[in-house]
Design a binder for this molecule. Structure first.
Ligand code: NG6
Ligand code: CA
Length: 514
């Protein structure tokens, strides 16, 4: 059956389904490498001078380097939720930063980026930081089969850090089971101390190899105290220093095994999230302290994965995306001197705010798309977002998206591939962790900042994290003022009114794509 006939037959059989325009063209593999808390100014391809990121820079030089590439939220869980579901996280309660024992926060009814690609014949895997909860309520059965999880969302294979590495436990969950768990030493995870003499970051502060500055003072593992309590599972515990190496190993092994079939891999790094404890070979290498060293480690990971693709002859068959889950933060709860040692380095580049913020620094990050030999190298100012990868990959893979699926994901595949004249989004909603009713809304080069709480958190990435009073609405012209310094809301009342109403409409409508 030729493509046209097949398309027509599919339309007749499934008239309610959206069929993408590029069906069954050369279908690339997809590799998404997502950093954790990496800022717009943190890599040399985006202007960093204090450290070099040669592997990321190479991808940027061979692909499309976006200056308007975003994640959808300025914290981890909501960005990852949106990346998987193509839906803005503010539409669903319980999608803020997930605690250690959180059940899965993504509905298994789908669709997800993984289930749609799996439906299109792709092999699918997630390796790295998950932070979307695991298991049914009230939470994961750490000593049994943990489900639902990635498998129920369409991933054939998963090898996960369950939450973040500053939260307990420090174990890998591989295909729904704690890897290497000795049943004689069961793993217990909780939010209350299991015993009066259980050592914590408070009781044993002097023994810590990295002190905490805020929170992060409960169970100690590997000389670092964390959020939450746990006991047992000793044989399964990893060293923080080995996290990146294990994920690279697993990634290269999985790609090698799947080399002959189309695949989608989500590699979710933990760098440079706290606690910043890269492998010994990176320690002290950036001159910027552990935060900079962790960025070097992230760049190394990108290099290893890229080299594996080259070695396997897959570079010309694979669309690689490098992005981040939210913007940068300096002191995020451990004493690692990120601010004191940063010198001239500006993690957010020229942008205002960072992690936790709805100013540009919270969500505008490095964003690179490379499909060697297909993507023409260029710098693009088009607006693209991690939330768009669901619809865009579906379009490139010939995946079938149900009519109500991916409600906020736009097919920006043309922009990702750097096609001349192809556009990205016209507008994008940015959110913070999702509780306070704070939004950024970028429409063209106008940016509306809405703080229902009239409080902004992390307005300046250099400052101690705290709430500071701000007006409920601010308006900026990003073309003239990318640093959001000059509030034009009084000078441009019509534009202000238009953006306020568009944002309110998108929030109320439950979907934003056509
Ligand atoms: C915060 C943690 C912070 C980080 C964040 C989640 C404290 C004081 N702060 O609550 O360290 O873990 O949650 O980060 O505990 S994220 O990138 O996964 O969203
Ligand atoms: Ca993050």
């Amino acid at each position: 059956m030729n493509r046209c006939v097949l398309r027509r037959a599919l339309r007749v059989l499934f008239p309610s389904l959206l069929l993408p325009a590029v069906v069954f063209a050369a279908r690339p593999n997809f590799v998404v490498i997502m950093a954790d808390d990496l800022g717009y100014g943190d890599v040399s391809a985006y202007g960093a001078k204090a450290l070099r990121t040669p592997n990321i820079d190479r991808l940027a030089a061979e692909g499309v380097r976006f200056t308007g590439g975003y994640c959808s939220a300025s914290t981890c869980t909501p960005t990852r939720y949106s990346f998987l579901t193509g839906a803005y996280a503010f539409r669903r309660k319980g999608t803020g930063i997930a605690p250690p024992n959180s059940p899965l926060v993504v509905p298994v009814e789908g669709p997800t980026i993984a289930s749609v690609l799996k439906g299109a014949g792709y092999r699918t895997a997630v390796i790295g930081k998950w932070h979307l909860g695991l298991g049914a309520p009230p939470g994961p059965d750490w000593n049994g089969q943990i489900k639902p999880g990635p498998r129920e969302l369409g991933f054939d294979y998963s090898f996960l850090l369950p939450t973040t590495n500053d939260r307990v436990p420090q174990v890998f969950v591989e295909d729904g089971r704690v890897a290497g768990l000795d049943p004689k030493d069961p793993l217990w995870v909780g939010d209350k101390s299991p015993a009066p003499d259980h050592p914590t970051g408070i009781s044993h502060r002097k023994t810590l190899k990295m002190d905490w500055s805020n929170g992060h003072n409960q169970t100690i593992h590997n000389g670092i105290s964390r959020i939450g309590f746990y006991t047992g599972g000793h044989a399964a515990r990893f060293r923080d220093e080995d996290l990146a190496d294990r994920w690279v190993e697993k990634t290269v092994a999985w790609i090698t095994a799947e080399r002959d079939r189309p695949f989608f891999l989500f590699l979710a790094s933990h760098d440079p999230h706290v606690p910043r404890v890269p492998h010994e070979r990176f320690q002290g290498k950036s001159g910027l302290g552990p935060r900079g060293d962790a960025i070097l480690q992230f760049d190394w990971c990108v290099g290893e994965v890229t080299a594996a693709l080259e070695r396997l002859g897959l570079a010309e068959k694979t669309l690689v995306i490098v992005c981040s889950d939210n913007g940068p933060v300096m002191d995020d709860g451990y004493v690692d001197f990120a601010l004191e040692k940063r010198g001239n380095h500006r993690a957010g580049g020229p942008l205002r705010g960072g992690k936790y913020s709805v100013y540009e620094g919270g969500t505008r990050t490095p964003f690179i798309a490379r499909w060697k030999g297909v993507v023409a190298p260029r710098v693009s100012d088009e607006i693209v977002c991690t939330i768009d990868l669901a619809a865009s990959f579906a379009a490139l893979a010939g995946g079938v998206v149900p009519a109500n699926g991916f409600p906020d994901s736009f097919d920006v595949s043309g922009a990702l591939l750097g096609r001349p004249g192809a556009t990205g989004r016209a507008s994008l909603v940015q959110q913070d962790n999702g509780q306070a009713g704070n939004y950024g809304y970028r429409a063209g080069n106008w940016k509306l900042v809405r703080h229902d709480s009239k409080q902004a958190y992390n307005q300046r990435v250099e400052e101690q994290l705290r709430n500071t009073p701000v007006p409920a609405f601010q308006l900026f012209d990003l073309a003239q003022d990318v640093g959001e310094t000059k509030d034009l809301s009084a000078a441009q009342p019509e534009i202000l009114a238009r953006l306020k109403s568009e944002l309110a409409g998108i929030v109320a409508a439950g979907r934003s794509r056509p």
